[in-house]
Design a protein around this ligand. Structure first.
Ligand code: BJW
Length: 229
């Protein structure tokens, strides 16, 4: 990394957790080949069949207990600990592997598997158990908990903070994301328009690869430690 970099925004996607054994969404055999996205990742799908959606997220929450952070998460956690300037890891992932690797400056723009949101009182609660048996909200006792994740058509979390960080960044790095889902897919264009340096680390060319100053192709488990140094 060049010495004049003082302020970094890192966007991560499902590809960074693939080598930990978590399925990505759009790869062959990925989650969207196994499940219908309109059924499990939209508010309309949840209204139609809460059981189906809650089972889908219960299954993924359970799977999370069986995996570990990989060298890419470890390298970012090391960078977070050692980098003296501003740094923000904006993850689209709902897993907690950045945190389990030790990273502190993490923002979950699409929510978290281990959090539940109450539709009655709108409070969030840390959540490690199943939701499909419709437990009561620990705050208001209503049986109205849903996964605290951002579905299609919903507003991703903390967008103001993300755009502020991109405006102040001098380096934007995107890791393991297909660039298929907005607004995250548009961050590279926002960064370019602001004169921010941009770097992509991904297994293959993404939909937005042409926007980056540089794209390095390969697995996150190799490319991220190499980039962090
Ligand atoms: C590896 C690897 C290895 C594999 N190493 N790499 C234009 C502007 C704004 C919005 C829209 C727009 N056009 C359309 C929209 C609406 C919609 C949208 O984007 N639709 C598209 C499909 C076109 N967006 C929304 O509805 C969003 N909300 C919204 O827009 O609100 C209004 C708004 C407007 C303007 C500003 C602000 C707000 C909400 C989107 C919510 C997405 N939700 C999901 C589910 C979350 C919960 C869950 O996990 O179940 O989020 S969908 C799913 O996709 C999940 C992911 O976070 C997201 C992105 O996927 P990701 O991470 O990129 O994974 P993959 O599988 O696609 O790619 C993995 C990549 O890794 C691949 O490239 C592999 O090659 C690579 N890889 N192994 C390195 N080992």
């Amino acid at each position: 990394m060049t010495q004049e970099i003082r302020n970094i925004v890192i966007l991560t996607g499902a590809g960074i957790s693939a080598e930990s054994g978590i399925d990505t969404f759009r790869s062959a055999g990925g989650l969207w080949e196994q499940h219908n996205v309109e059924d499990v990742a939209t508010p309309e799908g949840f209204t139609r069949s809460p059981e189906l959606v809650l089972n889908f997220y219960d299954m993924r929450r359970e799977a999370l207990g069986k995996v570990q952070p990989n060298p890419a998460h470890d390298a970012l956690a090391r960078l977070d600990a050692e980098f003296g300037g501003e740094l923000l890891i904006v993850t689209q992932n709902v897993d907690d592997l950045h945190e389990r690797a030790g990273a502190k400056r993490v923002l979950h723009m699409h929510g978290e598997l281990k959090s539940a949101l109450c539709l009655a009182c709108e409070m969030r609660s840390p959540w490690d158990a199943t939701l499909s048996d419709r437990p009561a909200c620990p705050v208001c006792q209503a049986p109205s908990l849903r996964p605290d994740v951002v579905w299609f058509g919903e507003m991703p979390y903390q967008m103001d903070r993300i755009y502020r960080a991109i405006r102040e960044a001098d380096l934007f790095v995107s890791i393991g994301t297909s660039g298929a889902v907005y607004p995250a897919a548009g961050f590279v264009q926002d960064a370019r328009n602001l004169g921010v340096q941009t770097l992509e680390l991904n297994l293959e060319r993404s939909e937005g690869s042409h926007w980056f100053h540089e794209s390095r192709l390969g697995s996150a488990g190799e490319l991220v430690p190499e980039w962090v140094g």
